[in-house]
Design a protein around this ligand. Structure first.
Ligand code: ATP
Length: 226
């Protein structure tokens, strides 16, 4: 579904990515891991053309994404749940879900079943929702664009355990529905059961790839330990 090879990106004069390789299989879930500042968000920005890479290959279902503007990349079928759960604060929950909707199986009714709290708050403005509800709405909004691949950057950061559990259950359900996922999160214990591939970044480089059953406490200490 998604393939990155040898991606290099920079913020002005500062190079942030020095060779990132990544794969998300059709219907699969890849977890992108690494300590703070190792390049996970920049990799996501590169995929969406927000920090366009100056070297490497990015393909979605065989189509080269390099050079395309972000809105075109989104329309090709990638949904983004960005860090910081940005919703349209003045719009209601339903208006947020309608704002960027495109036809497909992930419609408003689907999102309401996935996150019943959003159904209860359909007419409430997004700015008055709790942090967890806003995160659910951010996921719902990305879903109603009916992507083939959903990309989540720290979607459970700073949320209460019960809300986090609801979000992980929703991601598991989406994977079972056949949606491909690329997930950045700090919670390994939640990522490992969901993911079928792990990719680790260190200082802007891919340093390890493998399946969850190949992951060991030694690798965790080496790549994620403080
Ligand atoms: P975190 O988990 O803290 O979000 P991350 O793995 O997502 O970290 P990035 O945010 O991609 O890491 O940052 C990678 C590198 O790029 C870091 O060295 C960071 O300081 C740098 N960087 C990020 N954003 C900018 C920017 N707007 N301008 C300059 N450098 C940046």
């Amino acid at each position: 579904m998604l393939k990155l090879h040898g991606i290099e990106s920079r913020y002005g004069a500062i190079q942030a990515l020095f060779g990132v390789d990544l794969r998300v299989d059709q219907g699969g879930a890849t977890a992108l891991l690494g300590r703070n500042g190792m390049g996970k968000t920049t990799t996501i920005r590169a995929i969406f053309g927000l920090t366009p890479p100056d070297a490497g290959v990015i393909e979605l279902a065989g189509r080269d994404l390099r050079g395309l503007p972000p809105f075109r990349i989104a329309r090709l079928g990638i949904g983004l749940v960005p860090e910081g759960r940005r919703c349209f604060a003045r719009l209601t929950v339903d208006e947020n879900l309608a704002a960027t909707a495109r036809p497909g199986p992930f419609d408003r009714a689907f999102v309401r079943r996935l996150f019943p709290r959003l159904a209860e708050r359909a007419g409430q403005s997004a700015g008055t929702l709790s942090g967890g509800e806003q995160q659910m709405l951010a996921i719902g909004r990305a879903l109603t664009t009916n992507p083939r691949l959903l990309v989540l950057d720290e979607a459970t950061e700073g949320l209460a355990p019960t809300i986090r559990a609801e979000i992980w259950a929703a991601l598991d359900r989406l994977k079972r529905e056949g949606l491909s996922l690329l997930v950045v999160d700090k919670s390994l214990q939640d990522l490992l059961p969901l993911a079928d591939r792990l990719a680790v970044l260190e200082k802007g480089r891919s340093v390890w790839h493998g399946a969850p059953h190949e992951w060991t406490p030694e690798l965790r200490d080496r790549f994620l330990g403080v």
